[in-house]
Design a protein around this ligand. Structure first.
Ligand SMILES: CC(C)(COP(=O)(O)OP(=O)(O)OC[C@H]1O[C@@H](n2cnc3c(N)ncnc32)[C@H](O)[C@@H]1OP(=O)(O)O)[C@@H](O)C(=O)NCCC(=O)NCCS
Length: 159
């Protein structure tokens, strides 16, 4: 059985860990765009949520995080990562469920997210969580790698 994880808003003290995790686990080989400064900017943006799951022992180590921005009709899951030693325990599922709920409360039609075409773990993860693959974009990541765009409908689109 998967453990329960508490998802909470990140604070600025987590920004450095989040940025480092993005560099190492999401952006590797592509250049580092989600620096600590950018993560902090996302935290202070009214239309963006930055959430974390922290370790139980100290409550200081970010085990996983998610960043989602909200527009009028869609929410965009910008980043999602879990520390390698904590994977396959339900951490990302807890984060995405939390963000899914906020998107529903916000009233958006769908959630969008992308990942590298070669990222089997993420592709499985998103398909497992109700997303469908809507597009393959050649060279989406700096012309180095193809990307897959996913969407998850939360309600019928407004005419
Ligand atoms: C993708 C990622 C966020 C999943 O995090 P996680 O906490 O391990 O995911 P969960 O435990 O909540 O969910 C696991 C489910 O996701 C899928 N999944 C996760 N890792 C997988 C893998 N290595 N191979 C196949 N399926 C995988 C499976 O459906 C799995 O369910 P199962 O364990 O019952 O088979 C994590 O692997 C990660 O941080 N990867 C690096 C960063 C990244 O790729 N982010 C997403 C693109 S931005």
């Amino acid at each position: 059985m998967l453990a329960d994880f508490t998802v909470r808003f990140a604070s600025t003290t987590h920004a450095s860990q989040i940025a480092t995790m993005s560099r190492d686990h999401i952006e590797s080989g592509l250049g580092w765009r989600w620096t600590e400064e950018r993560v902090r900017a996302a935290m202070s943006d009214d239309d963006t949520n930055v959430v974390v799951v922290l370790d139980r022992a100290t409550g200081k180590i970010v085990q996983g995080f998610g960043i989602m921005s909200y527009a009028e009709r869609h929410a965009h899951l910008l980043l999602l990562a879990v520390r390698p030693q904590q994977r396959r325990k339900g951490v990302a599922s807890a984060i995405v469920s939390w963000l899914d709920l906020t998107a529903r409360v916000a009233g958006v039609e769908r959630i969008l997210v992308e990942c590298r075409r070669s990222n089997d773990a993420a592709r499985n993860f998103y398909l497992d969580h109700g997303f469908h693959e809507r597009n393959i974009r050649a060279g989406m990541y700096r012309q180095l790698e193809d990307g897959i765009q996913f969407a998850k409908w939360l309600r019928a689109p407004t005419a």
